[in-house]
Design a protein around this ligand. Structure first.
Ligand SMILES: [Zn+2]
Length: 111
């Protein structure tokens, strides 16, 4: 049940006007670029120390970094304990994903 409580605390932060302004300051400080890959697509502001570990730093600029959606998603995955996908599994997943999709089994033609 702990997780849910943290989620709610996080959501309150993200809804607050204070977060909106500090998020702006963080992006401006990072020159509107992802600090990891330099991308400037869809930018998100990430807590270096997750809010659940350091709620007192939720609005602390020194604990914020600008990340693009992809880098942010990767970091979040690791934080929640879903490490990078095992390379073998990823290779398999990509293989499956890229394989031509077989048609759904048809009724027997001309039966
Ligand atoms: Zn990035």
């Amino acid at each position: 049940m702990g997780l849910r409580r943290y989620d709610r605390a996080g959501a309150a932060i993200y809804r607050s006007p204070r977060w909106k302004s500090v998020r702006f300051l963080a992006k401006r400080r990072d020159c509107w670029k992802c600090v990891q890959c330099g991308g400037n697509g869809r930018l998100e502001v990430d807590h270096v120390k997750p809010v659940r570990d350091a709620p007192e730093l939720a609005f602390d600029l020194s604990n914020l970094q600008t990340l693009c959606g992809a880098c942010h998603a990767r970091k979040t995955r690791i934080e929640v304990g879903l490490a990078e996908i095992d390379p073998k599994r990823r290779a398999w997943r990509d293989l499956v994903r890229n394989a031509p999709q077989p048609q759904a089994p048809m009724e027997k033609p001309n039966a």
